[in-house]
Design a protein around this ligand. Structure first.
Ligand SMILES: [Zn+2]
Length: 439
């Protein structure tokens, strides 16, 4: 038989399939971009061009970061601990007005490096100059759903809004057949987008069969602004515009009424939960257990680096589990398996990619990470699900395969020159200092 391209062997596979099956002493055989076999070791007939013996480590589907603004990695730690409007008006907006394509490419490459090194293999991004985020992901070998942010005011990328729609459609055409990149339609939020903009964006999404992605009900300020302008909750506002549907991905979804949640469930709206960003910006606590109880698909995201301040989904999982326990005063309300599913198969479902990725099953794309468990903070191990959510950190990920390509081995990035990526990021930070007047 023709040899496999990669065999990852002698590990415990957490498949994250429908039964959360765990296969011990097992191997994953990869041919091309696809998982060909998942089976117990001992099949000596198996040969591969590359064999990775993980010696008892954990083999997991690559994590899915459901909501990012990748290039904001260049604003990491620029300003913290400030009221939201001061943070935005004094620091983020003045800087964002001046960014260009090169800035977004540099920041997105830095984000890709950080994400691969902490176990993410897919991210869903919203930002300016988004073609550059897609280019950076393609260069890094990461899977990416990207979308240009649309809003009522002129953009430093495309200028007037009309060009924003055209730009989005050109992205759809450009990346149509790329194996890693897909394009979504991404109006920023209900308070930065007019009803006309939202309706037009929705039409483009439906015409091209793309997800429509929007920040929704993130803050109390948004809630009162939408109430004041339209006399409705954000969810009701979207409903009245005809935007609630299974193609809609709502980022944050913090401030929801019972009726909002029922409606989102009925319409098949998907949600990305960003607990660390919600905590850091003091936005509130998303009613994730209530959404899950209604059958709403919920994935996990870090949001941008400026409001987190890292892109590590391991800390995000830990926070997601603990935040809801503390809030509900119930340690059973959000268990490790549920949270790990949010970062893998449910995250894939939230992005509509569940047939391609999110679990280790034959026929799916080979997006796989290996967790090095031979460490004091992971010893002993009674339950791998618990360890991954409550004890592991991003830097325990030793290897990453994306779409059948080995992109990290023994913590060395194989697709990017990390030193160069960080050097260019530091150079851009000098420019950011000048922009906002901190030398
Ligand atoms: Zn966001």
């Amino acid at each position: 038989m023709e040899p496999y391209d990669i065999i990852i062997k002698n590990g415990t596979i957490l498949t994250m399939d429908g039964d959360n099956s765990v296969v011990e002493d097992a191997q994953v055989c990869i041919r091309g971009d696809t998982i060909a076999r998942v089976e117990p070791c001992g099949n000596e007939a198996c040969e591969a061009k590359t064999t990775i013996d993980v010696k008892g480590d954990l083999i997991l589907p690559g994590l899915i970061n459901g909501h990012t603004h990748a290039a904001m990695s260049l604003f990491r730690g620029l300003a913290d601990d400030l009221p939201l409007m001061e943070w935005l008006n004094r620091y983020i907006f003045p800087a964002e007005r001046r960014i260009d394509a090169r800035f977004v490419y540099t920041g997105s490459l830095l984000a890709c490096a950080e994400m691969i090194l902490s176990g993410a293999t897919t991210f869903c991004d919203m930002y300016l100059f988004e073609d550059q985020a897609a280019e950076a992901a393609a260069r890094a070998g990461m899977r990416c759903m990207a979308g240009e942010v649309l809003y009522d005011f002129p953009s430093p990328n495309y200028g007037e809004l009309e060009n924003g729609f055209a730009y989005t459609e050109s992205l759809i055409r450009k990346w149509e057949r790329h194996p890693l990149i897909s394009i979504a339609v991404e109006p920023h939020s209900l308070f930065t987008c007019s009803p006309e903009l939202l309706i037009r964006a929705n039409e483009i999404a439906l015409t091209h069969h793309r997800p429509l992605i929007v920040h929704l009900a993130e803050t109390v300020a948004e809630l009162s602004e939408i109430k004041q302008r339209y006399g409705k909750t954000p969810v009701d506002h979207l409903e009245s515009l005809g935007l609630l549907g299974p193609h809609l991905i709502a980022d944050h979804a913090v401030h929801l009424t019972t009726r909002d949640m029922d409606r989102m469930s009925e319409r098949g709206v998907r949600v990305i939960h960003n607990p660390e960003s919600n905590m850091k910006l003091a936005s509130g606590i998303a009613p994730v257990p209530d959404l899950l109880a209604r059958g709403v698909t919920v994935g996990l995201g870090t949001d941008g680096c400026a409001s987190n301040n890292n892109l590590d989904l391991f800390t995000e999982m830990d926070m997601a589990a603990k935040l809801h326990k503390a809030h509900a005063m119930d340690p059973t309300i959000m268990d490790a398996v549920t949270v790990l599913r949010m970062a893998t198969i449910e995250g894939a479902r939230a992005l509509g990619l569940q047939d391609l990725i999110g679990s280790i099953e034959a026929g799916k794309k080979a997006d796989i990470i290996i967790i090095d468990t031979d460490k004091p903070h992971l010893t002993p191990m009674y339950n791998p699900f618990s360890h991954l959510v409550y004890a592991a950190r991003g830097n325990d990920v030793s290897h990453a395969v994306i779409n059948g390509q080995l992109v990290m081995a023994d913590r060395k990035l194989l697709t990017l020159n990390l030193e160069e990526v960080m050097m260019q990021a530091r150079e851009k930070a000098m420019t950011v200092r000048k922009w906002i007047g901190i030398e």
